[in-house]
Write a protein that binds this ligand. Structure first.
Ligand SMILES: [Zn+2]
Length: 215
């Protein structure tokens, strides 16, 4: 059908006068009642106004903390592969995650935002004088890249992890290593399954942990 409609050769000469075409188009497409106010349409459904305002503001640190606290330790991690336990054990890291969440809503005090909020005279990046948007501050400032500040920020995340692991190791050294006992099962009896505790499982198995980091 499309081939029949559009595939044919399109050429020829228009023989009618312009006035005739104008009149035809006017008669076909003109709405003489277009200026008439038709009033509200009674067919439209008018739902009542919602009495609870939808909260579209960025999450607060407290909300993020409560959500992470409520997450099950055994639940599978998301696409990042980082289980919620990491955020439960590292409050500093959780705070960093929260800041990244704020960045999604673009409500961090970047120079461009501060300028919009009337808190700064200029939206420029103080280091390179380009426009200091969030994207620029986080990953696009050539001066920051040249000075190795992005690497420093990356290492701060590693440092937060290292601090938490160090604290956990110090704590594990004060605890007694649990005796490994084999639970024998008598003939005819069934073995009882003991769910392993998820808290400090690995670190509690020894007291001579050594942890080396270079950040
Ligand atoms: Zn810059």
């Amino acid at each position: 059908f499309t081939k029949k409609l559009l595939g044919q050769k399109r050429s020829g000469h228009l023989v009618c006068p312009v006035e005739e075409i104008d009149n035809h188009l006017h008669a076909t497409f003109c709405d003489i009642m277009r200026h008439l106010n038709l009033g509200p349409c009674r067919e439209l459904v008018a739902p009542p106004e919602p009495d609870t305002q939808f909260n579209s503001t960025e999450p607060t640190l407290k909300e993020v903390e409560e959500t992470v606290r409520a997450a099950r330790s055994s639940s599978a991690p998301g696409p990042s592969g980082i289980p919620s336990t990491v955020y439960k054990q590292c409050p500093k890291l959780l705070r960093r995650l929260w800041k990244f969440m704020k960045s999604i809503h673009d409500v961090l005090p970047s120079p461009a935002n501060q300028h919009t909020w009337g808190l700064a005279d200029t939206p420029e990046c103080k280091l390179c004088q380009k426009r200091g948007t969030l994207e620029h501050i986080f990953s696009s400032c050539s001066k920051v890249l040249g000075e190795g500040r992005y690497r420093w920020r990356h290492n701060q995340v590693l440092k937060a992890l290292a601090d938490s692991i160090c604290t956990a190791i110090q704590y594990s050294k004060t605890q007694a290593v649990p005796q490994k006992a084999i639970t024998f099962v008598k003939a005819g009896q069934k073995a009882q399954y003991h769910r392993p505790s998820s808290q400090g499982e690995l670190l509690s198995t020894a007291r001579d942990w050594q942890f080396q980091v270079d950040v």
